[in-house]
Each structure stands twice: as structure tokens, then as C-alpha cells.
Design a protein. Structure first.
Length: 86
């Protein structure tokens, strides 16, 4: 499953985890991302890979951030959201 995400300036993603492995490809802007006990600053061109059930979260910079998220297997909670909004 792939999704395009557009994060507003200073938008926060709370610490969470999910069954799916996740790959984030950063297209524009930057963000601080915490994965387990490490913190990274990621920007255009960076790629971040997170394993299944790895604890992570982050905060977009004051300029915001755009990225592509890829989830394997697809996230059922996201699939359910698409079904209910259709």
C-alpha cells in the first residue's frame, strides 16, 4: 500500500506502532522522526525504513513536509478509512 502524505508546518505524529513494515520517502520539507530510541532529521531525498511493530513518531518542521509512505502488508485501518469515506 502506498500513500502520499502532506504534513502541515509543525504537525505531530504521536509515538505509535503497527504490524506493517513502513518505508517513508521524503519529497519536500523536513521532519524530526523518532524510531525506537533514535531521532533523525529527514529531508528531501531521504528514505526511512521501519520494521513491523517498531515504535516511531515525529514532527514536521516549520515548513512542513511531503512524503510517500509504503506499507507491507497494507494497513487494514487505512483500508477501512477509505471504505467509510467512499
Amino acid at each position: 500500500m502506498a500513500s502520499f502524505i502532506e504534513m502541515d508546518p509543525d504537525m505531530e505524529f504521536p509515538i505509535h506502532k503497527h504490524e506493517s513494515e513502513q518505508v517513508m520517502i521524503f519529497l519536500q520539507g523536513s521532519m524530526k522522526q523518532r524510531v525506537a530510541d533514535e531521532e533523525f532529521t529527514l529531508c528531501k531525498g531521504d528514505v526511512l525504513v521501519m520494521e513491523s511493530n517498531e515504535v516511531h513518531g515525529g514532527k514536521a518542521s516549520e515548513e512542513g513536509c511531503n512524503a510517500i509512505d509504503i506499507f507491507v502488508p497494507p494497513r487494514k485501518d487505512y483500508q477501512d478509512l477509505v471504505k467509510t469515506s467512499a
